[in-house]
Ligand binder design. Structure first.
Ligand code: GDP
Length: 210
């Protein structure tokens, strides 16, 4: 029988825009990044089973801090229960360029700084809208992150808005465009689709190597 996975005790811990504001601790870290309005807050809330944890916003691009939450991943195998504490990190949505012309940046410098100066970061979940695989801004994000060797999980959001055949087609396209160690996951916060698959990959990344 497959293990049952669940996130327990999610709790807001800190907000940061600079490394000296990152909370201390030796737990592993899993971060979530994506274009504003991609469904990141909804995914975090559904994954944690906690409606108001990350704010679902009608105003894209508003949250501009890195938000840390403490939580634990609970694995249950029959009578055996294991709890692995970790930091869940909500990064600001990208896509609202601050500067124009050739130096157009898709995200604030502190997102790049976070990604490159967080030794605890063990998996970065890059969210893209499953209806629109291959948007240029998502391609830029992917290229930047892979150039910096960041371990990635691609997640296609709002999967419930697609018919099954379109879903499979777009998922295959995501895997072609954004190859990573893990296959892309079709996720729906509304239908809770993709949760167990994502939690299983998180567990693999958080488990201490034996
Ligand atoms: P964020 O800006 O990336 O944090 O996106 P939000 O979580 O605030 O979601 C943006 C909009 O997409 C909201 O209107 C959500 O209700 C909607 N949304 C998010 N996830 C899903 C989903 O899985 N299915 C559907 N149908 N709508 C979603």
């Amino acid at each position: 029988m497959a293990a049952e996975l669940q996130i327990i005790n999610p709790k807001y811990a800190a907000s940061a825009v600079r490394p000296d504001q990152y909370p201390a601790g030796d737990r592993g870290e899993i971060a979530f990044l994506g274009r504003s309005n991609v469904g990141k807050s909804s995914l975090i809330n559904s994954l944690c089973n906690y409606r108001g944890l990350a704010r679902v916003s009608g105003e894209p691009g508003k949250t501009q801090t890195i938000n840390y939450f403490t939580a634990a991943l609970r694995e249950r195998n029959g009578e055996d229960i294991r709890k692995i504490p970790f930091f869940l990190v909500d990064l600001p949505g990208y896509g609202f360029a601050r500067t124009g012309g050739k130096n157009r940046q898709i995200w604030s410098d502190f997102i790049g700084q976070y990604v490159t100066t967080s030794p605890r970061l063990t998996l970065l979940c890059l969210l893209v809208d499953l209806r629109h695989p291959g948007l240029s801004i998502d391609c830029q994000a992917y290229e930047w992150l892979t150039a910096h060797d960041i371990p990635l999980q691609i997640i296609g959001t709002k999967a419930d808005k697609l018919k099954s055949s379109e879903k499979q087609k777009n998922l295959a396209q995501l895997n072609r465009l954004f190859p990573t160690a893990y296959k892309a996951i079709a996720y729906s916060s509304l239908k809770r689709e993709g949760t167990q698959q994502l939690l299983a990959h998180m567990l693999e990344r958080l488990e201490p190597a034996t």
